[in-house]
Write a protein of this length. Sequence first.
Length: 469
Amino acid sequence: MSTRVAVVGGGVSGLAAAHRLRARLGPDAEIVLFEQTGRLGGKLRTVPLAGGALDLGAEAFLARRPEVVRLAEELGLSDQVEYPGGATARVRAGGALHPLPGGTVMGVPSDPEALRGVLSEDGMAALRAESELPPLSWSGDDSVGRLLRERVGDEVVDRLVEPLLGGVYSGSADGLGLRATIPTLAAALDAGARSITSAVAATLAPPVPDGPKPPVFGAFRGGYRQLVDRLVEAASPRLRLGLPVRALHRSGDRWRLEIGSAATPEHADFDGVVLAVPAPAARRLLAAEVPAAAELLGGVELASMAVLGIALPAGTELPNASGTLIARGEAHADGTPFTAKAFTFSSRKWPHLSGPGGEVYLRASVGRSGDDELLRLTDAEMLRRVLADLREITGVTAEPVDSAVVRWGGGLPQYGVGHLDAVAELERAVSGAGGLALAGAALHGVGVPACVSTGEAAATTVTRHLVAA
């Protein structure tokens, strides 16, 4: 009888797991991939726009991590990887636009003067005063907002740290843990840095000599759908789309899945299972067999957001910037709060990216912790408000030739204080249930390379169990 493995979840973590399982188990293994939504890719979503396509989930991958670059090589996609142009980002803070300062770690500088102009005089005074504070006492983890507000002041957090972190987690700096979200800063504090600014100085890389610098981010020329399609082709799983996996139980030395409707469920047995689903779904599936893991997953909070893709007429002049972050509390000249939290000027940031007729692409993000009311707007009203924000920030008045709105309800796990310790305990609990492994954004990072890494690690765990059985 051939080996049977189930992968529950068709996002990039599950697809990476299926791909690695196929490579290790060979062509005779039966790999069955379940995806409740009926669409593969998860947070990788390439949407048609003005005759072209734009990613309205994850936008790019961190090119300094090896996972996606390696996958592209394995899948024959290396020639489809593109890198940003030279445009830099801006931030709207304190009622004005500023270039995003260099020499910082997630907006926190080693030299206070780097933030001159971004902060008010009171904000600069609070930042400079850190050198006069008692040495920092580091407990091993803390809320990003609480620690930084106490040491370098509210404005650094509100005007820089939170807009930058919000682009990744869509949450509040006060609810995110430093160790999981700014690990380099935590490592410097572990090493004995006695202030935040000295910790930042210790983490900043030395200046790179003049010459080409390695790219930080990458993307696929045709969007992430290229990666999704090629992973499915290489993994060659049996696809079961549009079917919920309702329950997971141990059945002798195998795992039994309950699939489909509650009224007429289907059952199937597998030698191994990878759960690559969001924390609430994983919690439900683990409740009966690994209750300790289910309890830990219950502590993972989720945030929601929406991403808008906008195509403007060919020839529309966007600002000479890769995009603009918008600090919480910023408002139009008439006092109307901004709806968008960020714009990416996609056709400026990515030189290859435009419509077939030269249409100009951009993305807008909506949704922060506590902004649920904005996410209840209709698509049309959200677009209207975002276009008003665009006019206020850039002066661009062109009307879209096409647009799309993609909502990510509960799509972003929040890495709170103690997240890494909780994940380590979670993985220990699951490791005792032979042939079962977890993957996904709730574990070791929400970026695409981190998710790929968890999928590949889960495939390794299941493969080792099968070989040893």
